[in-house]
Design a protein around this ligand. Sequence first.
Ligand SMILES: Nc1ncnc2c1ncn2[C@@H]1O[C@H](COP(=O)(O)OP(=O)(O)OP(=O)(O)O)[C@@H](O)[C@H]1O
Ligand SMILES: [Mg+2]
Length: 445
Amino acid sequence: MNPAQTMRVTAPAAAAHGGLRTVLRTTAPIAPATSVIDVAQRILDPQHEGLLSLPVVDEGRPVGTISRYELMRVFLMPYGRELYGRRPITSLMNASPLVLDWATPLDLAARAIATHIRSPITDDFVLVDGAGAYVGTGVVLDVLRAVEARLAERGGELERAYARLKSSQLQLVQSEKMASLGQMVAGLVHEINTPLGYVRNNVEMTRDALGDTVRLVASQQAVVDALLGGGEVGESGFEVHLAEIEMLRARVDTAALEDLRELLDDTLHGVGQIGDLVLNLKDFSRLDQAGFQKADVNKLVDGALKIAQHLLRKSGVAVVREAGDVPEIECAPAQINQVLLNLVGNAIQAIDHDRGRILVRTQWLDGRALILVEDNGKGIAAENLQRIFDPFFTTKPVGQGTGLGLAISHQIVGQHGGTIRVASKPGVGTRFLVVLPAAPTEKSA
Ligand SMILES: Nc1ncnc2c1ncn2[C@@H]1O[C@H](COP(=O)(O)OP(=O)(O)OP(=O)(O)O)[C@@H](O)[C@H]1O
Ligand SMILES: [Mg+2]
């Protein structure tokens, strides 16, 4: 018969091993001239159990297949055996069987089988080598099992890859947290060092100024005592004291004494600043362990601004704070702090001119807390607007941004049952709006 009628799927050269070879059954082929009765005899042989059909091969090339189904149909006909039994098998065979290169990859073979085979499945397929010579037969069920096994294996691989990805992402988030913590600590050290420096200076100046003053007071006291009590100080002692008083009076800087009050006021202010920072830090660390609790949104915003103060000052960006009347909400304060720091940090980094201004407004609307962070920085290009919440999306130079800030913020706000939205105009500025419900919704908590 005409081999050109058979369907051939050739395999890519790369799949030299594996592929359909793994399901190959070396079935002895049938010559085209074999009689129908002989073929029926052969197919009943126990070694062909599990095969739906036998291959018909002419001079090493497959020309068709003959199925049990077809033979049964003929033999069940009245006089079928007598009518067809002696004819060559070519008169009954399927002359266009599915012929596949034995190097065909399993997935490609499965696709070819799916498009070629009809229901009910009556035939197996024929396997040939790269030159088209017959090598054996394949059973559809074997392919199915092989594909299934492969899928299971891939599923396992996928699961392992997913686990690896998750743990590396976690590590990244962790290191991002550590990095921002490091930055914060560095900023706070600077913030504490400045007031600490002048507090120390003021205290030293006060000590020097007071040293001579204390001695002057002591000498004056001695003279006064002598004058009043006429006691132990003799004429010459009296003069010694007067001389000493004279000397000390010259040394004591009365102007410095006058300044002392101002100096101490400054010192108090510095100590207050340090105390403030420490208090904020304490809040920050304590809140970190606390999870969900009632918190004052305005306090959180002010705390975050305080912690970002050194960044703001360094970049010369002014903050306009509009605090609305907002009742306490149920939230994870440390996490909201992180969101706020991310937004303020981004806003500062987006400003590349010296008219920098960030508006931070809080508001209570329809039972929800609104936090608006708006900057007049360079804005976000329209094509990036969709991507800024994606993990690892950043437009900042390598080493400066991880691209996790907004991804983490988005996740945190989501866990609170809230939303975070952005509007931006390149060259004009960017506005982020965080909306938090009074308490996390059931699903998110
Ligand atoms: N206020 C803003 N103005 C302009 N662009 C912004 C602003 N906020 C975010 N973006 C853009 O969104 C990107 C992603 O922000 P995100 O905070 O997720 O990461 P990042 O700031 O680049 O890095 P990281 O926060 O890890 O330091 C930024 O790289 C920036 O291009
Ligand atoms: Mg950021």
